[in-house]
Ligand binder design. Structure first.
Ligand SMILES: [Fe+2]
Length: 124
């Protein structure tokens, strides 16, 4: 069984998927059940470079100290979501880009998540 917007990873090939329509089935990749990613939170170790921070109502940065953005260790994406989960925006990042996203709309986004290629999923 899946829930809306959950994120799953295949531990064999590295595929990452997000649930856009929940159902009762199990997500399988490479012949094995996929792992549901549980987001780390601000109490966790290494939070200062991983928890998404709203610098203001239009700008989100990954980490109170910006996260590294090198080939071996970088943020793959940042996503922000409205409280009712009806709207979300995802920004996919390239190596050497700043670990930030700008929100160009007037909706009230109040939650953010990000995915680090080494340290996994984090939420604000
Ligand atoms: Fe990291």
């Amino acid at each position: 069984m899946t829930n809306l917007l959950e994120i799953y990873r295949c531990e064999i090939c590295g595929n990452i998927v997000q649930v856009m329509h929940p159902s009762n089935g199990e997500l399988v990749c490479c012949g094995k059940p996929m792992t549901k990613l549980e987001a780390h939170k601000k109490e966790d170790e290494k939070q200062e470079k991983h928890v998404p921070v709203f610098l203001n109502d239009k700008e989100i940065q990954v980490g109170s100290e910006p996260h590294p953005m090198i080939e071996e260790h970088h943020i793959e994406f940042i996503q922000t979501i409205t409280e009712d989960k009806r709207q979300l925006i995802t920004k996919f990042l390239d190596v050497n880009q700043e670990p930030k996203m700008i929100i160009n709309c007037s909706q009230n986004f109040n939650k953010a998540i990000e995915y680090c290629n080494i340290h996994g999923l984090w939420e604000s």
